[in-house]
Design a protein around this ligand. Structure first.
Ligand code: HEM
Length: 216
């Protein structure tokens, strides 16, 4: 296991597996968030379920996510250092030939998403960076939180980057884990496209509905 982790292929496989764990989480989190549109009591009940009734499960998910993100970032950092060491002198001119914009935005986009996740937890989970946090009022916390234009824009920016990260990441995960078959119209590209549209669009409905005054 250790020698597999020390190889670059092993680090890519670890990034693939941990990336898939986070893709699974964002799909479930986004679907759960749509209960916001059922109304305050349903959304508050859902939050209560996660924070009290199913607290053991919530802690398991938290620890698995934390470990997955730590391994994902460590492997990304180490692979970047290896790539730099393999070519210590930069290119004079670099024209992208086959890479997509999404693939080139993985590193800085990943850093933005990390900052977003830390802010997001201090905003909606602990309430530290929320102007009027009430643990029992998850619905009200979201409405008040997104009443700030800057906060909503920060979230929407993160969702745009999440879309790019998911588009390249979902495709790359499936390939790194050897789950992709050779094809001129690969299935994993279509799966990645659907995930990259559906997840950020579903999440963005919350800040957008508050900003546009549809939800108060
Ligand atoms: C517009 C986008 C999003 C909205 C509106 C949103 C909303 C929320 C809310 C309301 C909570 C607190 C739930 C509660 O009452 O316990 C929460 C928790 C959380 N969200 Fe999000 N979320 C968004 C995007 C994301 C993304 C992209 C991630 C990426 C991984 C994420 C990860 C988390 C995590 C890890 C928690 C903490 C769970 C816990 O430890 O209790 N969220 N989110």
């Amino acid at each position: 296991m250790l020698s597999f982790w020390q190889s670059s292929v092993g680090k890519k496989a670890a990034m693939g597996l941990t990336g898939l764990i986070v893709v699974g989480f964002v799909l479930v989190h986004m679907a759960g968030n749509l209960q916001f549109f059922v109304g305050p009591s349903k959304f508050n009940e859902y939050s209560h379920l996660l924070r009290h009734t199913l607290i053991e499960l919530t802690w398991i998910v938290r620890l698995v996510l934390l470990a997955a993100i730590a391994v994902h970032i460590t492997a990304a950092w180490q692979l970047t250092q290896r790539a730099k060491a393999a070519r210590p002198v930069g290119y004079e001119r670099r024209d992208a030939q086959v890479s997509t914009y999404a693939s080139r935005a993985m590193r800085w986009g990943g850093v933005y998403l990390l900052v977003f996740i830390v802010y997001h937890i201090l905003h909606f989970t602990t309430g530290t960076l929320h102007p009027a946090y009430d643990e029992a009022q998850a619905y009200g916390n979201v409405v008040i939180g997104f009443s700030s234009l800057w906060v909503s824009l920060f979230y929407l920016g993160a969702m745009a980057l999440l879309s790019l990260h998911l588009y390249h990441g979902t495709w790359a995960c499936l390939r790194s884990l050897g789950l992709a078959k050779p094809s001129s119209n690969p299935l994993e590209r279509r799966i990645a496209l659907i995930v990259a549209i559906v997840v950020p669009a579903g999440f963005s409905l919350l800040p957008l509905s508050v900003l546009l005054g549809i939800v108060r």
